[in-house]
Structure formats: C-alpha cells, structure tokens
Design a protein around this ligand. Structure first.
Ligand SMILES: Cc1ncc(COP(=O)(O)O)c(C=O)c1O
Length: 366
C-alpha cells in the first residue's frame, strides 16, 4: 500500500513516467538502502572483485561501505574549475585504468552533490547514462538533495526520468537504483530514519534476492515510515494545512538559497579562499591556499594540512569544519566542507570568523 504512495509520488515528480510499486523498497534512510544495494552488487575474487566508481570528493558513506565490503574503490574526479562538474572523459579514464585490476560493475553518482554542491545538467546525465550502458555498469543515483537546488539556470533532473526520455534503447537496458530520504531537502528529519530506493531493470532473479535481503530486516521503524508517508503525501490544496505547508516549505528553501549565495560571496572575498557556487544540496567545499610552513608543520605533527587548519579553527573559534581530506581531493589541493545550515544571522558571524581566522593563520605561517 505504502509503496504505491511512493510510486505515485515518483510518477508525479517525473511528469507521469510510470513507477511500479514492486520496484520500491522502503529503508531506514538512504544510507541503509545504499549499503544494501552495494552488498547485493559486490562479489568476485582477485581481479574479478567488483569495482565501484565513486566521485572524488565523495560522501564518506561510500568509501566506508566499500572498505567494509572489501570492494574496489574506483575514484573519478569532479572538475573543480568547472563548478565540480562531472566529465565523461574522466569516467572513461577511471574505468579503463580499473579494468586492469578489478571488475567495474557499479557507478555511483550524487546529484545534487555532497560535499561539492553541484547540480548536474541534463546533458551530463544523458552522457552518464550512455556511459553506463556502454560500460555495462549498474547506476546508483543518490538523489537525496533533489529539492535542494538554488542556482539560477539549474534544475534537478532525475536519472530515472532522463533514462526514460532517452527511449527504449536505454530505458529497457540500463540497470539502476535511485535513492531518496526524509533527512534532507526541506524536511531535514534525519533523526527519524526514513527513505526508499527505486530499482529499475534489475534482473528478476537478482531482484528476488534483493527482496529477500531487505525482508530479513522485516521493515524500517514506524516513525521513519510515517515521516516518509508525509513526504510523499503532502497536504493538498483543499486540505487545511496546505497553505501553511507550502509557505513553510518555500521559506525553508528560500532561506537555504540565500545562505548558499551569501556563503559563496563572502568566501570569495577572502584572499586564499576560492569557492564555487553552491548550486544545490547543503554544503560548500571551498579551496584554501595554505602556506608551505603550515604544510610542513602539519607533516611534523602527523596531520594532513587541512586537518591542522580545521583543528586550529576549532580551538580558536569553536567552529567545526570538516577537512577536505575526509572527502578526497586532488593531490596538493586543500579544502574544507561547511554546511550552510546555521540560521542566516549566525552564518554571517561564522563566515566572518572564518575570514578573520584564515587571514591570521596565513600570516602566522607566512
Ligand atoms: C549524498 C548523501 N547520501 C546519503 C545520505 C544519508 O541519508 P540518510 O540520512 O537518509 O541515511 C547523506 C547524508 O548526509 C548524503 O549526504
């Protein structure tokens, strides 16, 4: 019954493209569904061990799950100079190199991106789908930030919709799963642990195994399911809460959009910090130029240089950022990740303090 509601919600999102309730699996959040799917897909020994392509920078759930499953991580880099966009030539480079030592079977995409905040263009999604078909890869589309798109000219395109709009050559061939959650968007109810995945074109025998694997855990907790039910059945125009709901949702999303702009603007005024536009999701991943003496000091202390930076910021200002090395970054570059979630007035103070800290830190090690 409930899967039917989720399927209807997806159909509405995707302009009427059918969604089959039998393809919906409820989960205790997207993480649970992602790990379950990876568990299903990882197999083989030695050179035949499953390789899973993940972006760098990446959301650490992926590298942790791959390590746990002893799968082979295949890193592909997002292009910082092009607003963290995804380039199919880079996917090709990564998959060709990996074929020498493992069996690449899965391509994971996060759109909108965490930690990099980029929103993929429709063209890029089509290119990725073509690539997945040519290379016979299972596509895992992590779309938990699907309502978090702020930048002008950017729009969320679901992988499922684009897949189906590309016609039967693709819509009947490419195997994929897409993931959604009650944790993000305007809901932000991460504590309740609700989410789902929709599985497309999965081989029926494999799907039977997936159903068995998911069923072993019986079902996600009731509060998470109740929350997900509210997400997929929002108040309707003839219902009493409709106006308040639409107003609150619009306010939450408009405030996030304002904070996304503010963060980018303020960071880009600081010499030594460069910040791409936060097109979507809830994070910014600015690049920081660190003086050689700071890099030497970090090496001396056995820390990565961006960890030293973040620890010092925490000690001096009580602000906790995550070093870029926790997400992966190109060799020799340094970043941090910050959420745009604090209330606007507080965020302004936080940004001001980071600006002052950065200047101080740079001077100290120059
Ligand atoms: C890209 C991405 N995927 C999945 C998750 C996990 O979501 P959930 O809370 O539904 O497990 C997160 C949480 O931060 C995320 O950023």
């Amino acid at each position: 019954m409930f899967s039917r509601d989720v399927a209807r919600y997806i159909e509405k999102r995707d302009g009427g493209i059918p969604s089959n309730p039998d393809n919906i699996y409820l989960a205790t959040g997207a993480s649970d569904a992602i790990v379950t799917m990876l568990k299903m897909l990882v197999c083989g020994e030695g050179r035949d061990r499953t390789g899973v392509m993940i972006s760098i920078p990446q959301y650490p759930l992926y590298s942790a799950a791959l390590a746990d499953l002893a799968a082979v991580q295949i890193s592909y880099y997002l292009d910082e100079d092009k607003c963290w966009s995804l380039d199919v030539a880079e996917l090709k480079r990564a998959v060709d190199a990996a074929r020498q030592h493992c069996n690449p079977r899965v391509l994971c995409i996060i759109n909108p991106g965490n930690p990099t905040g980029q929103v993929q263009s429709r063209q890029c999604i089509e290119d990725v789908i073509r690539f997945a078909k040519d290379e016979r890869l299972f596509l895992m589309a992590d779309e938990v930030y699907q309502d978090n798109v702020y930048a002008e000219g950017c729009k969320f395109h679901s992988f499922k919709r684009v897949l189906f709009e590309m016609g039967p050559e693709y819509s009947t061939a490419v195997e994929m799963a897409s993931f959604h959650s009650t944790s993000k968007c305007y809901m932000g109810e991460c504590g309740f642990r609700g989410g789902y995945m929709e599985v497309i074109n999965m081989d029926p025998e494999v799907k039977a195994q997936l159903t068995k694997l998911v069923s072993v855990r019986l079902c996600p907790p009731v509060p998470g399911q109740a929350l997900l039910d509210l997400v997929v059945n929002p108040p309707q125009p003839d219902e009493p809460s409709y106006h308040q709901f639409t107003k609150e949702r619009a306010t939450v999303l408009a405030t996030l959009a304002e904070k996304a702009r503010l963060t980018e603007q303020i960071f880009n005024t600081v010499p030594g910090i460069t910040c791409n536009p936060v097109q979507g999701a809830m994070y910014t991943f600015p690049r920081i130029a660190l003086p050689q003496k700071a890099i030497d000091k970090a090496t001396e202390e056995g820390l990565s240089p961006d960890m030293l930076y973040c620890m010092r910021l925490l000690e001096e200002e009580g602000i906790c950022l995550v070093p870029g090395s926790g997400f992966g970054q190109r060799e020799g570059t340094f970043h941090f990740r910050m959420t745009i979630l604090p209330p606007t007035e507080k965020l302004k103070i936080v940004l001001q303090k980071i600006r002052e800290f950065h200047v101080r830190f740079t001077q100290e090690f120059s």
